[in-house]
Structures are given as structure tokens and as C-alpha cells.
Design a protein around this ligand. Structure first.
Ligand code: AMP
Length: 434
């Protein structure tokens, strides 16, 4: 016998009823984004590898070890063999599209959102997959359009607070920091590197390497023994210049005025190289080790780093898988929702199957949710199936078909009612009866 094939490690099938929750999350996100005047962008799932190397950064975990990359052989003389990568995140693709379509020339701020799969070869665990879905948005444009304004940062954060609240996520925390300008970061990197010289030998192997290659990453270390050492390191805020400090102060003042709660996290420097100034994460205690619901920040130099015009921006990416996990855990503590299906139609005998489909069609066209049974079932089996899926059962036998009077049983009340066919849709639409 041949071996059974399974979904690849780190990937999953999403099945009903859970997919209904995914759809609800996506439609809530679309509705909130529309109210803030964002439009949807859809970029390709794979891109030139160089895009990620130049934006996310060669030294990051994503680029150095997590990307799905392959040589895409030329199929014709006019083509050349390229190195391609499944997108590990979507900001780089959005900024590439912004440049490619010369969106900056409109002189307007571009407010774009996306929903779609991303791919990283990470070690799978709860809340961490190799294919996962992100819902994200970017605000990007020329400085003349106000793209550097701290108001944009605050508006994005306020929108996220609104979205999480509308999704019904309870108990989120907004963690906020500033990593300053590229020059500030360079200065801080230097300060950190010097501070780490005497300390690194006492730290984990990763930190010893990062102390040399990318000292900022030391702040992400999760090894418990390293934590007291990391607490003694200089803080990035003290390396910020006056302009970056003023920008951050304006972001926090605007959030305060809007009543959006946040906490300062001096170690939040994020795993991607392109961030400047504001960085943030929304975390949730119920998620365990992978506690970030979403992350984001400002990236004032990203467009130029990939060959575009000056186009400061700010954006975020939410882990849709983690929103689902959080909402499922919350719903576990609540009473399970009643069945969505309004009625189950039970034909009494196979000769009534086609009449049953015609009745189902009639009712579905009025907007009702209908499950169609099967005439070969005995009545008892139809009742059992109906009770599991629907709020009521409609019996369709030869007599009912001739007389046009149908028998409906409502499970919540146990009441059985005779209903003329012309009134059936209205009867079923009334939840207390149907
Ligand atoms: P990042 O693009 O790394 O800033 O991640 C943004 C958000 O995407 C995180 O806060 C997570 O919610 C989610 N995320 C990142 N990587 C994964 C993954 N491997 N599996 C599931 N969600 C992820």
C-alpha cells in the first residue's frame, strides 16, 4: 500500500466551522480598514529574493535561515534564471509595488491593506507555522503628504485598538518603543557593541554571535540566564537625537489624548532591519510563548533601500492564526453558539428527493440557511441529523406535497406545527418559531 500523504510540517488545513471565524475576522478587518480609508492591495506570493535581502535585512533570522528560496530556471532564451522566494512578510512587496507603480507621484498618502499567506521555515509550535496568514496595512507617501507625521503613527495604533476591540479580543497590551533614525540606531549599535564586549562571554551562543554581527538582536534574547545581563544594557532611548525624541513624544501625547492605553518596552527593537523610530507590538497573555498578536513600526528609509524615492511609512502585520487562537480560547469559556442552519428538509422516500431540492431552492432564495436531507433515510435518522445541524426540521412526504401543508418541528420548543407552503419561509425566518 502506498504511504498516505499528509499536509507538510508547519502547514495546516483550515476546516469548518473554524473557517467561519477566519471569515468573520477578515470581514471585520476590511470594514475597519474601509472606515479609515484604506484600500486593498494584492501582491504576488513570490518575489525576487533580493527584495527581502535588501529590505528585511541579510542578518535577520528571516533572511538568513527561514526563507523558502529556489532557483527558477529560465524556460526561454529571453528569460534568465532567477532566484525567487515565497514572501516571508508583505511590507517589502507593498513598498516594491509602491515604487513600481510610481504611487509617490500622486503626491498623496497611500493607505493600503493586505490579507494573505506568508511563509517562513520556523520551528513549528502553537501559534507558529511555516505557512501563516497576516492581515496588515501600510501608510506610505512622500514627506510632502505628511507621511512622517507622528499623527500617522498614532492613527494606525488607534485603528488597531479599534480593530482588536471590534474583533472582541479581550485583554490586549500595546507595547511601544522608538528605535530612532538610522543614524540613532548606528550610534546605539556602537554603544551596545561596546557594552557587550565584557558581557557577551557570559551569555548564550546566539548572543555571543549577535554581539558582533547585530547587537540590537541581543535585546530579543529569551534565554532566562541572559535576562539580568540584558537589563543592565544601555537603553536605546538615550541614543535618540532630539528630533526622534520629539517625534516619539508626539506619538505618545496623541495616544494619550485619544485614550489608547500603551506601555513602554525599551527592548522592543523588532526582528526586521527596516524599522526606524516608532516600533510596537500588541501582545496577549493567553497565547503563551508566541504572545505577539501583531507587530509593526515606521520604516522611513525602506523605499530608498530598495531603489525607490524617499517615501517614509508606517505599517503593521497581524498574525491571523493567533487572532483565531485567541478568539477560540475566549469562546471556549462561553456557551456554544446555536446552529446557524434554519431548517433541515427531510424527504420521506427517494421519490421525493427532487421535490425536496425544489423546496430547498425556494427557501434558500429567500435567504434562509437550509440543509437538505436524503429520502433513503428513515425518519429517525433524519431527525437525528437535523437535530445536530439545524433549528428545525421540515417533513416532506407525498401528503405534504399534495396538500401544500408542511409539518415543521422546532427543536428548541419541541413544538410541531402545520404550515402552508406559502407561509413556510416567513415561519422559518422567525427564530422563535422556526
Ligand atoms: P513579523 O512580520 O515578524 O513582524 O510578525 C508580525 C506578526 O505575524 C506576529 O506578531 C505574529 O502574530 C505573526 N507571525 C509571524 N510569524 C508567524 C508564524 N511563523 N506563524 C504564525 N504567525 C506568525
Amino acid at each position: 500500500m502506498s504511504q498516505t500523504l499528509k499536509a507538510v510540517r508547519g502547514t495546516r488545513d483550515l476546516l469548518p466551522p473554524e473557517t467561519a471565524l477566519w471569515n468573520r475576522i477578515e470581514s471585520t478587518a476590511r470594514s475597519v480598514f474601509a472606515r479609515y480609508n484604506f484600500g486593498e492591495i494584492r501582491t504576488p506570493v513570490f518575489e525576487d529574493t533580493a527584495l527581502f535581502a535588501r529590505s528585511v535585512g541579510e542578518e535577520t533570522d528571516i533572511v538568513s535561515k527561514e526563507m523558502y528560496t529556489w532557483e527558477d530556471r529560465a524556460r526561454a532564451q529571453s528569460e534568465k534564471t532567477q532566484t525567487l522566494t515565497l514572501r516571508p512578510e508583505n511590507t517589502a512587496g507593498v513598498v516594491r509595488a509602491y515604487i513600481e507603480h510610481k504611487l509617490g507621484e500622486t503626491g498623496q498618502l497611500q493607505k493600503l491593506y493586505y490579507i494573505g499567506p506568508q511563509f517562513r521555515r520556523e520551528r513549528p509550535q502553537k501559534g507558529r507555522y511555516r505557512q501563516f496568514s497576516q492581515i496588515g496595512a501600510e501608510v506610505i507617501g512622500p514627506p510632502s503628504a505628511g507621511s512622517e507625521s507622528p499623527l500617522r503613527d498614532a492613527e494606525v495604533l488607534e485603528m488597531l485598538a479599534t480593530l482588536l476591540d471590534e474583533l472582541g479580543i479581550k485583554g490586549w497590551t500595546l507595547e511601544l518603543n522608538s528605535v530612532g533614525s538610522a543614524a540613532d540606531r548606528e550610534r546605539y549599535n556602537q554603544t551596545l557593541r561596546e557594552a557587550l564586549i565584557p558581557l557577551a562571554p557570559k551569555m548564550c551562543v546566539d548572543c555571543r554571535r549577535r554581539a558582533v554581527t547585530n547587537p540590537l538582536r541581543v535585546l530579543d534574547c529569551k534565554v532566562p540566564e541572559d535576562q539580568p545581563i540584558i537589563e543592565t544594557l544601555p537603553r536605546i532611548y538615550d541614543s535618540l537625537d532630539e528630533a526622534s525624541k520629539a517625534h516619539f513624544a508626539a506619538v505618545t501625547a496623541t495616544l494619550d489624548a485619544a485614550g489608547v492605553p500603551y506601555t513602554r518596552n525599551h527592548r522592543l527593537v523588532r526582528g526586521l532591519d527596516y524599522y526606524t523610530r516608532t516600533t510596537f507590538e500588541f501582545t496577549h497573555g493567553g497565547l503563551g510563548a508566541q504572545n505577539a498578536l501583531l507587530g509593526g513600526g515606521r520604516y522611513d528609509g525602506l523605499s530608498e533601500a530598495i531603489g525607490g524615492p524617499r517615501a517614509p511609512g508606517i505599517g503593521f502585520a497581524m498574525g491571523e492564526d493567533r487572532l483565531v487562537l485567541t478568539l477560540l480560547a475566549q469562546e471556549l469559556n462561553q456557551k456554544s453558539a446555536p446552529p446557524q442552519v434554519d431548517a433541515y428538509i427531510a424527504p420521506l422516500g427517494e421519490s421525493l428527493n427532487s421535490a425536496a431540492l425544489a423546496l430547498a431552492r425556494e427557501l434558500r432564495h429567500t435567504g434562509l440557511y437550509i440543509e437538505l436531507g436524503e429520502g433513503s433515510f428513515r425518519l429517525k435518522k433524519s431527525f437525528e441529523a437535523a437535530d445536530k445541524t439545524a433549528r428545525s426540521i421540515v417533513i416532506l412526504g407525498e401528503d405534504e406535497l399534495q396538500s401544500g401543508i408542511l409539518t415543521v418541528k422546532t427543536f428548541a420548543t419541541g413544538v410541531q406545527t402545520k404550515v402552508p407552503r406559502a407561509e413556510l419561509a416567513a415561519f422559518l425566518a422567525e427564530p422563535l418559531k422556526g
